[in-house]
Design a protein around this ligand. Structure first.
Ligand code: FES
Length: 120
Protein backbone atom coordinates (compact mmCIF):
# COMPACT_ATOMS: atom_id res chain seq x y z
CA UNK A 1 0.00 0.00 0.00
CA UNK A 2 1.25 3.49 -0.79
CA UNK A 3 3.64 2.21 -3.46
CA UNK A 4 3.76 4.62 -6.39
CA UNK A 5 6.07 3.37 -9.11
CA UNK A 6 7.49 5.78 -11.64
CA UNK A 7 4.89 5.08 -14.33
CA UNK A 8 2.10 5.95 -11.88
CA UNK A 9 3.90 9.15 -10.89
CA UNK A 10 4.21 9.99 -14.60
CA UNK A 11 0.49 9.40 -15.11
CA UNK A 12 -0.31 11.65 -12.13
CA UNK A 13 2.04 14.36 -13.43
CA UNK A 14 0.44 14.19 -16.86
CA UNK A 15 -3.09 14.10 -15.46
CA UNK A 16 -2.48 17.10 -13.24
CA UNK A 17 -0.29 18.83 -15.79
CA UNK A 18 2.53 19.34 -13.30
CA UNK A 19 6.23 18.42 -13.63
CA UNK A 20 7.19 14.88 -12.57
CA UNK A 21 9.61 16.23 -9.95
CA UNK A 22 6.68 17.95 -8.19
CA UNK A 23 4.87 14.63 -7.93
CA UNK A 24 8.04 12.95 -6.72
CA UNK A 25 8.46 15.71 -4.13
CA UNK A 26 5.04 14.94 -2.68
CA UNK A 27 5.56 11.17 -2.81
CA UNK A 28 8.90 11.38 -1.05
CA UNK A 29 7.65 13.86 1.58
CA UNK A 30 4.74 11.83 2.94
CA UNK A 31 5.73 8.59 4.62
CA UNK A 32 2.44 6.96 3.51
CA UNK A 33 3.86 6.90 0.00
CA UNK A 34 6.86 4.99 -1.20
CA UNK A 35 8.73 4.64 -4.46
CA UNK A 36 9.92 1.19 -3.40
CA UNK A 37 7.61 -1.83 -3.51
CA UNK A 38 6.78 -3.09 -0.02
CA UNK A 39 7.23 -6.64 1.16
CA UNK A 40 4.55 -9.25 1.76
CA UNK A 41 5.29 -8.76 5.44
CA UNK A 42 5.71 -5.13 6.39
CA UNK A 43 7.69 -4.70 9.57
CA UNK A 44 7.39 -1.36 11.33
CA UNK A 45 9.55 -0.65 14.35
CA UNK A 46 8.38 2.30 16.39
CA UNK A 47 11.13 4.86 16.77
CA UNK A 48 9.04 7.30 18.81
CA UNK A 49 10.48 8.70 22.02
CA UNK A 50 9.32 5.99 24.45
CA UNK A 51 10.40 3.19 22.14
CA UNK A 52 13.62 4.94 21.25
CA UNK A 53 14.76 5.27 24.85
CA UNK A 54 13.80 1.66 25.54
CA UNK A 55 15.92 0.27 22.75
CA UNK A 56 14.23 0.69 19.37
CA UNK A 57 17.55 1.48 17.62
CA UNK A 58 18.96 -1.90 18.69
CA UNK A 59 15.84 -3.64 17.41
CA UNK A 60 16.13 -1.89 14.07
CA UNK A 61 19.82 -2.81 13.83
CA UNK A 62 19.08 -6.43 14.75
CA UNK A 63 16.38 -6.72 12.09
CA UNK A 64 18.56 -4.98 9.52
CA UNK A 65 21.29 -7.50 10.17
CA UNK A 66 18.90 -10.47 10.10
CA UNK A 67 17.23 -9.36 6.86
CA UNK A 68 20.32 -7.95 5.14
CA UNK A 69 18.53 -4.67 4.37
CA UNK A 70 18.36 -1.19 5.85
CA UNK A 71 15.24 0.43 7.29
CA UNK A 72 13.23 1.73 4.34
CA UNK A 73 14.17 -1.21 2.14
CA UNK A 74 12.58 -4.48 1.04
CA UNK A 75 14.27 -7.86 0.83
CA UNK A 76 15.15 -9.01 -2.69
CA UNK A 77 12.61 -11.85 -2.50
CA UNK A 78 9.89 -9.31 -1.74
CA UNK A 79 9.01 -11.01 1.51
CA UNK A 80 9.91 -8.40 4.11
CA UNK A 81 10.12 -4.65 4.22
CA UNK A 82 11.42 -2.79 7.22
CA UNK A 83 10.50 0.70 8.35
CA UNK A 84 11.26 2.84 11.37
CA UNK A 85 8.07 4.72 12.13
CA UNK A 86 6.67 7.34 14.48
CA UNK A 87 4.74 6.59 17.67
CA UNK A 88 2.30 3.74 17.16
CA UNK A 89 0.23 4.81 20.16
CA UNK A 90 1.14 1.89 22.38
CA UNK A 91 3.92 3.52 24.41
CA UNK A 92 3.13 1.52 27.57
CA UNK A 93 4.30 -1.54 25.63
CA UNK A 94 7.48 0.13 24.35
CA UNK A 95 9.43 -0.88 22.43
CA UNK A 96 6.78 -1.86 19.91
CA UNK A 97 6.90 -3.30 16.41
CA UNK A 98 4.19 -4.41 14.02
CA UNK A 99 4.19 -6.91 11.20
CA UNK A 100 1.33 -6.05 8.88
CA UNK A 101 -1.52 -5.42 11.34
CA UNK A 102 -0.19 -7.47 14.26
CA UNK A 103 1.52 -5.66 17.12
CA UNK A 104 4.32 -6.97 19.33
CA UNK A 105 5.22 -5.14 22.52
CA UNK A 106 8.08 -5.15 25.03
CA UNK A 107 10.50 -6.09 22.29
CA UNK A 108 14.23 -6.35 22.20
CA UNK A 109 16.46 -7.28 19.27
CA UNK A 110 16.48 -11.02 20.05
CA UNK A 111 12.72 -11.21 20.54
CA UNK A 112 12.14 -9.26 17.32
CA UNK A 113 14.30 -11.70 15.34
CA UNK A 114 12.43 -14.62 16.95
CA UNK A 115 9.09 -13.09 15.93
CA UNK A 116 10.43 -12.67 12.40
CA UNK A 117 11.21 -16.37 12.19
CA UNK A 118 7.48 -17.11 12.56
CA UNK A 119 7.02 -15.46 9.18
CA UNK A 120 9.88 -17.17 7.34
S1 FES B 1 6.75 5.79 21.18
FE1 FES B 1 6.52 3.78 20.44
S2 FES B 1 4.44 3.35 20.69
FE2 FES B 1 4.64 5.40 21.35
Amino acid sequence: MGYLPRDVQEAVAEGLNVPLNKVYGVVSFYHHFTVEPKGKYQIAVCNGTACYVKGAPAIISGLEEELGIKAGETTKDGKFSLAAVRCLGACSLAPVMTINQKAYGLMNADKAVDVLKQYE
